[in-house]
Design a protein around this ligand. Structure first.
Ligand code: SAM
Ligand code: SF4
Length: 474
């Protein structure tokens, strides 16, 4: 039998623990330098590890206030005020690993184990479509027999095949699953996946070994660290990185994420599409020590610093965070959030409002609001909730580069598409209150467009959506 240890024997280690520690311990706050670095970020230039360490060293209230302001204006300049929405869909929780923070780990005999059948999956997807979702991320435990690349590819195809009334369909399926081989990545790519996400959990090797027992597949740090190299080799050039904050010093994880992003950019010509920064949550049968717990204030700083450090990368804030934290942090650089989230396997079809049953879930979520409520909140905050998937489907490749590299791209494509997909949601799924708030926002946004043919065409397309046409893309 080939073990993952053998598989990773030629792996490349691009995380220099000693250097990252040195940067954290030896970099001092320097407001003059911070301003120069922030300007670099605002000019949309990727930051170096040294630059990022300088931002991590900022703790004075004036310095932190400047970081927040700069991250906010950078986000506006790059992404405008759109927030892309998606739902996670847990496919199965059989797992061969024993990650000590996870409610799905193998040794927890009391966890209820299950994998959705095709019919159950179809019913879950149909329900999500009927709530208004167009984008999913499928989530799997790690199990070499249950969740093979072929099985993952099959579930992706099942999701794309579900059609419901009003043109309800899933237009983009992302994946969060265990690292695959090059062949495995090829197989899932052929199924038409969007982003393949793998979180390193912690970039700090000693902590990694503490949380991921060595005798498990996930116990091989290098196999995981090089997963995205294999993804690129297998043709998956759309990847998402992440770290689970709370396992080690948050500043080290930020440097780890930036080092990983720079490595991919330098070696494959493309950085990650997204970064995720989940904070560890309570889970069934799990005790996590609080030594490295990340406070809300540190969380906000880390999001702002990531925004400045990797301007070309989308940032995902998940429903692990409470509505209050999401409200506070969203403007500092977040571009995607999940909404209407349920983690119990097969639970989207169950009645809403019950307590989370942790034995059936990976961890406790912080934001249990339904999609409609989350959309209303975004509208009240003057964000445009977007379900747009246009570029991927029209074959505009390298899309997350175009967004900021091509002048006027956002105004020409992203904002109109966000407004059109919002109008579809308002027509087909919104509550009366959300529908009113949604069209008010659409009118406010349209008022910003200069008078002319382009504006008239968008107005015309919004009218077409109102009269029942769907999927009108720019
Ligand atoms: N099983 C695969 C793996 O571990 O890569 C894929 C999906 S795992 C279900 C998704 C992510 O959930 C993990 O990468 C981890 O970062 C996160 N997670 C696990 N336990 C958590 C907890 N208690 N709180 C917050 N996030 C957690
Ligand atoms: Fe399994 Fe993933 Fe949970 Fe680890 S984090 S126990 S690999 S489901």
């Amino acid at each position: 039998m080939t073990t993952s240890k053998q598989l990773s024997k030629n792996a490349v280690d691009f995380i220099d623990d000693e250097k990252l520690h040195r940067l954290i311990n030896e970099t001092r706050e320097d407001l003059g330098r911070t301003r120069e670095i922030v300007q670099k970020g605002v000019q949309k230039e990727a930051l170096t590890l040294e630059d990022t360490a300088a931002l991590l060293a900022v703790t004075s209230s004036d310095g932190v206030a400047e970081l927040f302001e700069s991250a906010k204006s950078l986000k506006k300049a790059i992404y405008g005020n759109r927030i892309v929405l998606f739902a996670p869909l847990y496919i199965g929780n059989y797992c061969v690993n024993n990650c000590t923070y996870c409610g799905f780990r193998k040794s927890l005999r009391s966890t209820v184990r299950r994998t959705l059948s095709d019919n159950e999956l179809i019913a879950e997807v149909a329900q999500l479509q009927r709530e208004g979702h167009k984008r999913l991320i499928l989530v799997y435990g790690e199990h070499p027999h249950e969740y093979t690349p072929e099985f993952i590819a099959h579930t992706v195809k099942v999701c794309y095949g579900v059609k419901t009334e009003h043109g309800g369909e899933i237009r983009r399926v992302n994946i969060n699953a265990a690292p695959l081989s090059v062949e495995g990545f090829k197989t899932v790519k052929e199924a038409g996946i969007g982003t393949f996400q793998i979180f390193q959990e912690t970039y700090h090797k000693e902590s990694y070994n503490k949380y991921h027992p060595i005798n498990t597949v996930k116990g091989d740090y290098m196999w995981r660290l090089n997963a995205m190299n294999r993804a690129f080799e297998g043709g998956c050039d759309d990847v998402g990185l992440g770290a689970l904050f709370g396992l080690y010093d948050w500043r080290f994880e930020v440097l780890g994420l930036v080092a990983h992003s720079l490595y991919l950019q330098q070696n494959y010509g493309v950085g990650p599409h997204t970064l995720s920064f989940p904070r560890i949550k309570a889970a069934h049968g799990v005790k996590v020590d609080s030594q490295y717990q990340v406070t809300d204030e540190q969380f906000k700083r880390l999001v702002a610093i990531l925004r400045l450090a990797v301007p070309y990368t989308g940032l995902i804030m998940t429903a692990r965070e409470s509505p209050e934290v999401r409200d506070d942090v969203i403007e500092f650089g977040v571009s995607q959030i999940d909404a209407g989230t349920r983690l119990e396997i097969g639970s989207y079809q169950e009645p809403r409002g019950g307590e989370q049953e942790l034995k059936r879930e990976q961890f406790k979520i912080g934001d249990t609001r339904e999609l409609d409520e989350v959309i209303r909140w975004l509208l009240q905050r003057d964000f445009i909730p977007s379900f747009c998937t246009s570029c991927y489907r029209l074959g505009r490749t390298g899309v997350h580069f175009m967004e900021y590299a091509i002048p006027g791209f956002i105004g020409k494509f992203c904002t109109p598409n966000a407004l059109l997909t919002l109008a579809e949601y308002l027509e087909d799924y919104a509550s009366p209150e959300t529908k009113i708030a949604g069209y008010e926002l659409i009118n406010r946004e349209l008022a910003i467009f200069p008078q002319g043919d382009f504006k008239s065409k968008i107005e015309q397309r919004i009218d077409q959506v109102k009269s029942g046409e769907r999927d009108l893309l720019y």
